[in-house]
Write a protein that binds this ligand. Structure first.
Ligand SMILES: [Zn+2]
Length: 686
């Protein structure tokens, strides 16, 4: 029993954003950002119950509307007078681990090849047609899938192609994503493609909080009774949505209102025209929602607050939301009955009529936001590495004051040195993890490396393998003319090898033995560089630090490289060197992660000079070697970054590397090879 939409306390922006999209899906979906425990998911799931029911062609798996069936429907063609049946609008949830086939649907290559039949199994996009598609933790979904969703949402069509066989069907849905920004950001290119964004937080007001708890108790004690007590509210909402949908095509966006839209977008320096389109559509939807036939300044204000915050953001450390003063000023400057203070307003068209008059309803009205209009926007290409922004803008370049030989009693945080491009550290062997850019992995993407008998349905046919398997049986199968006789058992699946993302767990020595401030700045700069690299390779990252008497899990494994960079920058240094404790803490962290995310292979990066000190009398070096042996025995892939400096070198990091079964690199060797060195090594190999 879902929680009633009307019973959700607070979350006003979120509820409004959902309702505006329910009125006009052309607004382009909603992204909801907020910490855990803010009832984001409950609110989204509650939406389906207040959406008007849909009439579908009986028996069509693609939810065709009998009034206007999809001409390309794989279950079609439907007769113009095909009988319809009414069912509730659906809310389809897309799990983060879903495969591409599950999302877009799968083509039965076996039937295509052996029977010549184009058989298509609909995916989640088909199921969500004319309803809601919901992705919780959308920031954890692979970029490739997010891109695919946003393409389908923008075009209203799903397209599948396998081995030259293709299927296309209508997929118009309201896309809703929720995420906790603490677990990593969505890339800016993807962020921009959601129509509206809202930030949610738990209510601060004790009265409101009490109401949340009270309703939750009432719901849990008697879900059916609770739903019944809200039924009239729910049906009123459903009616209001249906009415607003009917009204929507009639709503007029006057030239004056459009000028306010463009003025506001210009004032917030948003890129491109997508913001203006979305703001205009949201304003029109809001007018319809409020029962008005014309867009007012208030509609524009509400729309701007929902459509612009994520488009204006430049870096992840900026405060969320819009600056109210700027918004009000922009609205005022573009207000028709007031002269702008200094000349014509920026971004506004020249004033061409009596401002007091009601505007011409024929111009500027794009109320229903047709598909054709949506298609006119070029999809924003998903950017690869260019999307990576440095996660930290911390001040650096200090720390040159003391000499390298001096001890570092300073407990204050040393700012990291400038980041650089690092060489790729990778987990040996071939994994099967979620696709990324670090270690070798067998999966659903990459280059073809072989053929195998399929374990399930064939998704990528290996043609040569299939022909070779079929060839010996041709006589027995009675082949006489041209054309192979192929059976299901002959089909071979292509084995693909690409790259996976990993869990990169940093174990950073922050003790006094790591030397002077300048040395620590270099160490932090190196770890920051590795973090940047991890961001680009789509790794999860974690940070264990050790100094003084203990080791600390400074950051549990997360996708938020920003959080890791912030912890690193603020990390104080000095004191003794409990290396063994650091390694044991890493061991424990990896054990927990193995349970949580078993397919993600870890890479341990130990940043230390290899010294181990602590209370007198204990065998610190021996303890650390034993801890290293524990990790090595479990086959943990590791790299030791040797931070030892100064004239006398003990080579302890190298010995630790041996105990870990790890490669040891000096700090200076961490940078990616220079072009000259690459050319040299290629020449030598030739
Ligand atoms: Zn159909």
């Amino acid at each position: 029993m879902t929680y009633p939409f009307g019973a959700v306390v607070g979350m006003d922006d979120m509820r409004l954003a959902l309702l505006l999209n329910a009125v006009s899906p052309a607004v382009g979906g909603v992204l909801v950002r907020g910490e855990k425990g803010t009832a984001k998911s409950t609110t989204v799931r509650a939406l389906a119950a207040v959406l008007p029911p849909v009439v579908v062609v009986a028996g069509c798996r693609f939810a065709c509307d009998p009034a206007a069936p999809d001409p390309a429907c794989p279950d079609g063609p439907h007769d113009p007078g095909a009988p319809g049946s009414t069912r509730p609008a659906r809310l389809v949830e897309l799990p983060v681990g879903a495969s591409e086939d599950r999302v877009v649907g799968s083509l039965d290559l076996e039937r295509a090849l052996t029977e010549g039949v184009k058989a298509f199994e609909p995916g989640l996009l088909a199921a969500a047609h004319r309803g809601v598609l919901y992705v919780d933790e959308v920031n954890l979904l692979h970029d490739h899938l997010v891109d695919l969703l946003l393409d389908a949402a923008a075009l209203g069509t799903a397209y599948v192609e396998r081995e030259g066989v293709s299927v296309r069907h209508a997929a118009r849905f309201l896309l809703v994503g929720t995420m906790n920004p603490e677990e990593g950001e969505l890339r800016p290119q993807l962020l921009d493609r959601f129509g509206l964004t809202v930030e949610v937080a738990a209510p601060r007001d004790p009265v409101e909080r009490a109401e949340v708890v009270r309703r939750r108790f009432a719901h849990d004690a008697d879900p059916v009774g609770f739903a019944a007590s809200w039924a009239s509210e729910e049906s009123a909402l459903a009616t209001r949505i249906a009415d607003a949908r009917t009204r929507l095509p009639r709503v007029v966006l006057s030239d004056d209102a459009l000028r306010q839209v463009t003025a506001v977008c210009a004032a917030f320096h948003v890129d491109g025209l997508r913001a203006d389109l979305v703001t205009a559509r949201a304003a029109i939807a809001h007018a319809a929602w409020c029962g008005r036939d014309e867009v007012t300044e208030d509609d524009v204000r509400v729309a701007a607050r929902l459509a612009l915050p994520h488009r204006r953001r430049r870096n992840p450390f900026d405060a969320p939301g819009l600056d109210e003063e700027t918004l009000e000023q922009a609205l005022e400057d573009a207000r028709p009955d007031e002269d702008p203070p200094e000349g014509p307003g920026d971004g506004g068209a020249p004033d061409d009529g009596d401002p007091g008059n009601s505007p011409d309803p024929g111009t500027g009205s794009s109320a229903h936001g047709s598909d054709a209009e949506t298609q006119a926007q070029p999809p924003v290409p998903a950017d690869d590495d260019a999307g990576a922004t440095p996660p930290s803008s911390a001040p650096r370049g200090e720390g040159g004051g003391s000499t390298d030989a001096a001890p570092a009693p300073d407990r204050a945080a040393v700012p990291p040195g400038d980041p650089f491009r690092t060489r790729r550290l990778e987990v040996p062997g071939v994994g099967a993890g979620v696709s990324g850019r670090r270690s070798r992995a067998r999966g659903d993407r990459g280059r073809v490396v072989g053929a195998t008998r399929p374990s399930g349905t064939v998704t990528r046919l290996h043609l040569t393998g299939t022909v070779l398997a079929a060839a010996p049986h041709q006589v027995a199968r009675g082949r006489t003319g041209p054309g192979l006789r192929i059976t299901r058992a002959d089909l071979r699946q292509a084995v693909l090898e690409g790259r996976e993302g990993n869990l990169v767990l940093f174990v950073v020595d922050a003790s006094g033995s790591m030397g002077a401030r300048s040395r620590m700045a270099a160490v932090k700069g190196a770890v920051l560089s590795l973090l940047l690299d991890a961001y680009q390779r789509r790794d999860k990252v974690g940070l264990v630090t050790f100094r003084g008497v203990e080791a600390e899990l400074a950051l549990p494994p997360t996708w938020s490289v920003e959080a890791a960079a912030a912890r690193l920058t603020a990390l104080p240094t000095g004191g003794r060197t409990p290396l063994a404790a650091g390694l044991l803490r890493a061991h424990e962290t990896l054990r927990v992660e193995r349970v949580r995310d078993p397919r993600r292979r870890p890479l341990l990066v130990v940043v230390t000079d290899g010294r181990a000190t602590g209370a007198r009398g204990a065998d610190h070096l021996g303890d650390s070697r034993r801890a290293a042996g524990l990790l090595a025995a479990e086959g943990t892939a590791a790299v030791v970054v040797d931070c030892e400096s100064g004239p006398v070198r003990l080579g302890l990091a190298g010995a630790l590397g041996m105990a870990l079964g790890a490669q040891t690199l000096r700090l200076e060797e961490l940078a990616a090879e220079s072009l000259a060195a690459t050319v040299r090594s290629v020449r030598e190999a030739a």
